[in-house]
Design a protein around this ligand. Structure first.
Ligand code: LRH
Ligand code: MN
Length: 426
């Protein structure tokens, strides 16, 4: 399924007048406030989010999985699907692979297909939370933390292989998430498993090319339900510091206990130059992997407020890696990802409206009410005309989700791949 720029332009022509009126009205209002509208639109045009290769089919839980029809059963099909997201939004120009779920058969063919769709290979993810068919040792009782050296070595070797695969594709970072932990008190010696994990991560870090970054992802629980070795940002931060300057903490929004102040964690990590990137999603209770901005949009906005401040202030922190990590149990995976991309751009655009100088001035005066008003005024601004203008400027669709439905893309994919095709992943 390859959509043409002409098809997109034809679709846009239907809606261009409405958009132009809404955009002109908003732009005039913002310019009057001294806001650099052109600058914001340029930032939105250049904002690219990596799509997880493991979230292009129907997700599932232990209670079941409802397949979706037309799912991408091969890595080639997955790249084609991300190509559809990218031609509609112009902000999905990257794929994050999970190994071994997505090991390429033909590297040159895969790289060619990706470049045809203007897609780059972002972070590669290792997987030592599942046993592989021919693996000698099981990770049932842990991988990089395991009390048995030969099992740690097997997991370290796997990460070496993932780095080698990423190098061949032009990726520049490795993401390590460990399910390692315990289900019962007494099962693990906390210090032993932490020391083993630290030593293992250092070996992996030293194997990476000097141009690479290591992202250490934390999570409080699941699949282990008593302890997780890398349970929170502090543990990940500590391990990243022990590894070296190219090791960072990765923040998956769903990996926090209820009511955790994630925006403060983001500010703290940026302050220390250790914020590596994000796995964007949303959640009500646990690691629900729901559509970004679908449950707590204000929290996402507050996170982007810290990101905008940090990207202006913390020059010691690299530009974070923007990635989605979601699982689609009942929605069309591509529609869900289109909504997530929209929610991320909306939160970023709203945060860019914040007058950081005014905020700082009123924080200095302890005028708490005005500080709140400055944030809420930005959050209560409908910035969608700015995002539409950015897409128009980049030949994307004014409203990608609507275009996806009008072009009947899912029907086309089902005709092409059948109802039974199943995507690898979660
Ligand atoms: C763990 C996680 C991690 C991935 C997996 C697919 O919950 O967020 O990022 O490896 O999901
Ligand atoms: Mn994740």
């Amino acid at each position: 399924m390859k959509l043409s720029v002409n098809q997109i332009q034809e679709y846009n022509n239907e809606n261009i007048q409405t958009h132009q009126k809404e955009f002109d009205f908003l732009a005039e209002k913002l310019i009057k406030k001294g806001i650099d509208v052109a600058g914001i639109i340029e930032k939105l045009e250049n904002f690219n989010v990596a799509i997880p290769s493991w979230a292009l089919g129907a997700g599932g839980t232990r209670f079941g999985r409802f397949s979706y029809g037309g799912e991408p059963a091969t890595l080639e099909d997955k790249i084609d699907d991300i190509g559809i997201l990218n031609i509609l939004t112009k902000s999905a120009g990257a794929i994050s692979l999970h190994i071994p779920w997505d090991i390429p058969n033909d590297y040159n063919a895969i790289k060619e297909k990706a470049s045809d769709h203007n897609i780059i290979f972002d972070s590669v993810n290792s997987n030592t939370f599942q046993d592989q068919l021919h693996s000698k040792h099981s990770y049932k009782f842990g991988s990089l933390c395991n009390i048995h050296k030969e099992i740690r070595e097997q997991a370290i070797q796997h990460n070496f292989e993932v780095i080698n695969i990423g190098e061949k594709l032009g990726s520049k970072s490795l993401t390590v998430w460990l399910s390692d932990g315990s289900n019962f008190p007494g099962q693990n010696n906390f210090q032993t498993v932490l020391n083993n994990t630290a030593e293992s991560l250092k070996k992996i870090y030293r194997h990476m090319p000097n141009s690479w970054k290591l992202y250490i992802e934390y999570k409080p629980y699941e699949p282990n339900f008593y302890s997780t070795v890398i349970q929170d940002w502090g543990t990940s931060f500590m391990l990243a510091q022990e590894c070296g300057e190219r090791a960072y903490t990765l923040v998956d929004l769903g990996h926090h206990l209820p009511n955790t102040n994630i925006e403060q964690i983001v500010a703290t990590l940026m302050n220390k130059g250790k914020l590596g990137g994000f796995h964007f999603n949303d959640s009500k209770y646990g690691d629900d992997d729901l559509t970004v901005g679908s449950v707590k949009p204000y929290a996402l906005f507050l996170i982007f407020n810290e990101l905008v401040y940090g990207m202006n202030t913390n020059k010691n922190n690299p530009v974070p890696a923007w990635m989605i990590d979601a699982s689609h149990n009942i929605k069309d995976p591509l529609e869900d990802l289109l909504q997530s991309l929209e929610a991320i751009l909306i939160a970023y655009a709203q945060a860019l409206l914040i007058d950081q100088k005014q905020l700082e001035k009123n924080q200095y005066k302890n005028d708490v009410a005005i500080c709140q008003e400055i944030l809420q005024d930005a959050f209560r601004t409908d910035v969608r005309p700015l995002i539409r203008q950015a897409r128009l400027n980049t030949n994307g669709a004014l409203n990608p989700l609507e275009a996806f439905k009008i072009f009947k893309i899912r029907d086309y994919l089902i005709k092409e791949r059948g109802l039974k095709s199943k995507a690898s992943g979660l």
